[in-house]
Design a protein. Sequence first.
Length: 459
Amino acid sequence: MSLGFGLNLEQTQKLIMTPELRQAIKILQLSSLELTDYVNQIILENPLIEAREEDYNFPEPKEKKSSEVDWEDYIEEMRNLPERPMAVEAKQEFTFENMVTRGVSLQEYLLSQLGLIRLKSSEEAMARYLIGNIDTTGYLAVTLEQAARDLRKKVSEIEKILHLVQSLDPPGVGARDLRECLLLQLKQKGLLNEELTRLVQNHLEDIGAGKLQRIAQALDITVGRAQELADMIKSLNPKPGASFGGEEEIRYIVPDVLVQRVEDEYIILVNDTNIPRLTINQTYTSILHKNSKVDEDTRNFVEGKLNQALWLIRSIEQRRMTIYLVSRAIVTMQREFFDRGVKYLRPLTLKQIAEEVGVHESTVSRATANKYMQTPQGIFEFKFFFSSGLNTNKGECASSESIKSIISDIIKEEDITRPYSDQKIADILQERGVKIARRTVTKYREELSIPSAGQRKRY
């Protein structure tokens, strides 16, 4: 067999990931807040892009026989961009109650109380040092020995000031471990006694495991009294500082899509009111006029920036339309949920939505990533609508979220002195037509943060 060499012409198709395509993909998967930051950054980098109050509708470019773009015609089209009423509607309907602003930090709150106490300058310095070393959960993050070395004081002096800091609000602040935190709270509430002290010091693990009989035997009390004491401990806050704002920026939710019911129909609004409306800087585009006398490098620079600006506008508009179509498909397929609540959520996959919209599954994944929808039932992350399911005796399929809701209701209705085991809950669901195994009930119960039957039992 002889080997030879030759040239063959072959035509193939393949997707080339251009910078513009990467940008479009990135824009699609950004949330509303993230896109706002991204657009503002692009505005700073591209002198041809300006923000304006009005909205835009991206015009389709006219076909050209020549490879040269008629920039004068295109710029004239950009001057006459119409407004998009959808954005105005969304702006009117958006409720700022869903937003959370920065609160007072724990350190600020403690220092404000410290300012009301008359102290020597050295004592105040020690107190400020300790407060500065309290973490966001409310615990002291430095040892007394380290504090004494840093401040060149005796450990006894530091401990005295620590007791002062621990007397401040919230109760339990400045504790060095969980046990001290709980004891401080009980003391400030006037509840601390020998039983509770022994319980906190020796039986916290038993409380968590619901081993009330073991506690009762160790403390020589009845099981009912052990449960009463355990309830007192559970009512305390293990992280007294967690409710305060930290130094870092607080995350808050702005829904990307608003779904509202009008009579028997649902109106879908893409909430992009916080995204800057973009326009082209006419001063720079005048350089592209045919009679403009500029050098070739300047013209190429402006053309490049203009192309970037137009692609950005197109990508944002495409993102809006994709999110709208995906949201509309979700509302259509989950109509019963929107009408009646979580129990009626149906199993749904990205593939089903992709087929309904006519896009690739990965496009749906990007369009729903890190985004939230405000519905008549509340605000939900998009991924909430995509869940697996279990078969029913009627040949239908119930979503995992709807089954979790039913499990929660079953447990709420149980006799607290004889709580249902996971097997009993599975049997009840079987009677209601849901085919489910005990281990699946256990999994869903744990995902709902519901204790086991032994821990729920009341004496």
